[in-house]
Design a binder for this molecule. Structure first.
Ligand SMILES: *Cc1c(COP(=O)(O)O)cnc(C)c1O
Length: 358
């Protein structure tokens, strides 16, 4: 293992990403895996290269830079830029050979005037974030006739909930599509939670994100992804803290009896949230150890009393050790955060070690 010298690190199982993508791919005619935000912190270039073996239709990103990074890495498939850009940025979108999501007459006209190429129409069916309202698509009929898009899509706001909103949004999406002069070749709507809900997509492309990176969505009752990300660190300090003494800032944890405290060189600046202090666990030698005191910027303390822990031993903050496992969902719950925030928060300061994906 190349981790001897590092403080803490992330391990990424690219084979698990590919298997998770396969599970999603079996539910939809085509795949548009979302690799925005550096593939949710997992590494966009490595993920896209691994997913090439599944020959997805294309990839989804959120910024021009993210798209450029994939182009520079030799990814030749379509890359859809889902976040709205200002009209003045469209040249840069074209130069990076990205497919923008457009929704205004002005943007469509500009894209055509600079010979941008393929684009997708973004239809807002209730997310109220981006796109043309489903009941206003007809206002763009002239532009759509003159510069027909390759695709049209919408985005669900509550696909993991059983609130009927998904059906409502799909009805609106259909109304928006019906107002187009011609139906585009590619239609897409489903994120991970929506894809997990149904065995067969109604649309031509699925847009899974978080599922690929190992986090179950949609009540967890349908398809389950394999975990992808582990976070580990070596114990760099071990001390006995005497009864009555405290651990970490603000003395939020006071030990009742003499306690063995191990220090890990990973903290909230690495994305291991401050709020995990006094709530989360780590795995040491296959057993659970409580995180005690608040997590500091660069270090985290564990109660390892009674465990066989030595300096240099590996602690697992996320992932599997023996029969025990800590999931992204566990950390999200303990940190009162969403699993998306936990994943994307694992910072670049942590070296990433990849396996599989070939
Ligand atoms: C992020 C995103 C997705 C993927 O969502 P997950 O919940 O991670 O599957 C799909 N479509 C769009 C437009 C997105 O922004």
């Amino acid at each position: 293992m190349p981790m001897r010298l590092t403080r803490g690190w992330i391990e990424i199982d690219l084979d698990a990403v590919v298997r998770n993508a396969r599970a999603m791919a079996s539910r939809t005619p085509g795949m548009l895996p979302m690799v925005k935000a550096d593939a949710y912190g997992v590494g966009a270039v490595r993920v896209a290269r691994a997913l090439e073996q599944l020959a997805p239709w294309g990839y989804g990103v959120a910024t021009i830079e993210e798209g450029r990074e994939l182009r520079d890495a030799g990814i030749g498939r379509p890359i859809v830029l889902f976040t709205s850009v200002e009209v003045d940025e469209l040249r840069a979108v074209r130069d990076a050979q990205l497919t923008p999501a457009l929704a205004s007459a002005r943007a469509i006209a500009r894209w055509a005037s600079i010979d941008g190429g393929a684009w997708h129409l973004a239809i807002d069916t209730g997310m109220s974030r981006a796109g043309v309202r489903w009941d206003k698509v007809g206002d763009l009929a002239a532009e759509l006739r003159e510069h027909p898009p390759e695709g049209a899509f919408t985005h669900f706001h509550s696909a993991a909930l059983d609130d009927g909103s998904l059906a409502e949004q799909e009805m609106r999406f259909e109304r928006g599509l019906a107002a187009m002069p011609a139906a585009p070749a590619l239609l897409h709507a489903e994120n991970s939670a929506a894809l997990a809900r149904r065995e067969h997509s109604r649309w031509s492309l699925g847009r899974p994100g978080i599922f690929l990176y190992g986090v179950p969505v949609g009540g967890g009752r349908i398809v389950q992804p394999e975990p992808v990300v582990s976070l580990r660190a070596r114990i760099v300090e071990l001390r006995t803290v005497l009864a009555g003494e405290s651990v970490s800032y603000d003395a939020t944890h006071r030990v009742e009896r003499d306690t063995r405290i191990a220090t890990l060189p990973v903290g909230y600046a690495d994305g291991y949230r401050r709020s995990l202090g006094n709530r989360a666990h780590a795995l040491v030698a296959g057993r659970r150890a409580s995180v005690v005191g608040v997590v500091t910027m660069d270090m985290t303390m564990l109660d390892v009393t009674g465990l066989d822990a030595k300096i240099g031993d590996i602690a697992t903050l996320l992932g599997r050790d023996g029969a025990e496992r800590i999931d992204v969902l566990d950390l999200a719950e303990q940190a009162s955060a969403s699993p998306y925030e936990i994943l994307t928060g694992l910072r670049a300061r942590l070296p990433r070690h990849y396996h599989g994906g070939e």
